[in-house]
Write a new protein. Structure first.
Length: 364
């Protein structure tokens, strides 16, 4: 039974305090340190309703097997990684407590489910009022909602668990995780499931940040409509076999995926150009800016190359140096949030770069 995926990275660590948590539309992930390792714990941010007759036996077997669930108003919801197994057996779709990067307004049971999932990855605080940085999206440029309710609700859950919660922009977290060698200067982009988040930062200080509500889910839906297939099938092909460096002899679904990947990348770049424009044509950076790409939607082979091609085609207004993939595209937000937490816990008078980098040094 899947009780939470756990991955480890070896690190040089000073101290153990502080955690980072990425609360995404598709996954909830926590990064924390244990001895000389950074541990990533994740759960699928999903739930599945099962018929529940109130039998103690159901609860007992779920407890024995470590299956996470919430019971509310005579209903039982399996939550987290085990939802996939249940959805397959019952041949139905899982549901999600988040939609487009924020707590769903239409899923009534979203709150207790998100709370349980956060608790299961974050665990108990190591010390009283331990700092936890949690990722939040930027204000969406293409949708009419704000993120205040989302932030305050997550903050409340983490406080109840005994933490001192602090929000960090998702794309800034990517920059903290990936651009230490560039003094945390550059553009971080997280291509997620419900949103794409972007931040331009100068020495870890955001110049602008925003989100758009097109991302992996949008690609699945658009392709599904275009070729009249189920979105889950489209998503499976996208995740397991899409190769964006192939341009010829594509199947019908792959071809549609390639078209919508182009559209999404172009859409994001156009919004960055608009924000640069608003910021007076862009900051006068001394060096060409580095762009770092992360998130599940950036995983297909050839994604960075495709991004560069479209960037060249759309004539980006400021000089771009390197376009690079995050070292671990699915973990960089949680890791960046951990770096922020560790950096805050360190009271020495070192520079921002030394603080963030010295606390968690890669040994790759
Ligand atoms: N190998 C893969 N190839 C292509 N897409 C993938 C792959 N693995 C996951 N994805 C897609 O990535 C998306 C999830 O990415 P991620 O985990 O970064 O999102 P999230 O952080 O939970 O969501 P968000 O940031 O939008 O709130 C989904 O759309 C999923 O289909
Ligand atoms: Mg994300």
């Amino acid at each position: 039974m899947n009780n939470g995926n756990e991955e480890k990275e070896t690190k040089d660590i000073k101290g153990q305090k502080g955690k980072g948590v990425d609360i995404g539309t598709v996954f909830v992930k926590c990064a924390y340190t244990d001895s000389d390792e950074v541990i990533f714990k994740s759960q699928r941010n999903a739930f599945f309703e099962v018929e529940y007759a109130g039998f103690t036996i159901t609860k007992k077997i779920f407890d024995d097997r470590g299956i996470k669930y919430v019971i509310k108003d005579d209903k039982l919801y399996v939550v987290g990684n085990d939802t996939l197994q249940f959805a397959n057996i019952f041949n139905k779709e899982t549901r999600r407590p988040l939609s487009n990067g924020v707590i769903s307004s239409t899923e009534k049971e979203a709150l207790p489910i998100v709370e349980l999932l956060i608790k299961s990855v974050v665990g108990e605080p190591a010390v009283k009022d331990e700092i936890v940085y949690f990722s939040v999206p930027g204000e969406p440029l293409d949708a009419d909602f704000n993120i205040i309710y989302h932030i305050k609700t997550l903050e409340g859950f983490l406080k109840t668990l005994g933490y001192t919660p602090k929000p960090i922009n998702e794309a800034l977290a990517v920059i903290l995780s990936e651009l230490a060698d560039k003094d945390f200067t550059g553009i971080g982009i997280s291509f997620g499931g419900g949103m794409v988040n972007v931040c331009l930062s100068f020495m870890s200080v955001p110049i602008f940040k925003f989100s758009v509500i097109r991302a992996g889910d949008w690609i699945d839906q658009q392709v599904a409509m275009a070729v009249d297939e189920a979105a889950t099938r489209v998503s499976a092909i996208k995740e397991f076999s899409l190769n964006l460096s192939r341009e010829k002899e594509l199947g019908k679904i792959e071809n549609a995926l390639s078209i919508y990947y182009n559209d999404l990348i172009g859409y994001v770049i156009e919004h960055i150009k608009q924000e640069l424009d608003k910021a007076g044509g862009g900051p006068a950076m001394a060096k060409p800016v580095t762009i770092v790409l992360s998130g599940g939607t950036s995983l297909p082979k050839g994604f960075a190359h495709r991004f560069k091609q479209i960037l060249d085609h759309l004539k980006f207004p400021i000089p771009v140096g390197e376009v690079r993939m995050a070292a671990q595209p699915l973990s960089s937000v949680a890791k960046g949030a951990l770096i922020a937490a560790r950096s805050e816990g360190d009271n020495s008078q070192t520079s921002a770069s030394n603080r963030a980098n010295g606390s968690i040094l890669e040994r790759r």
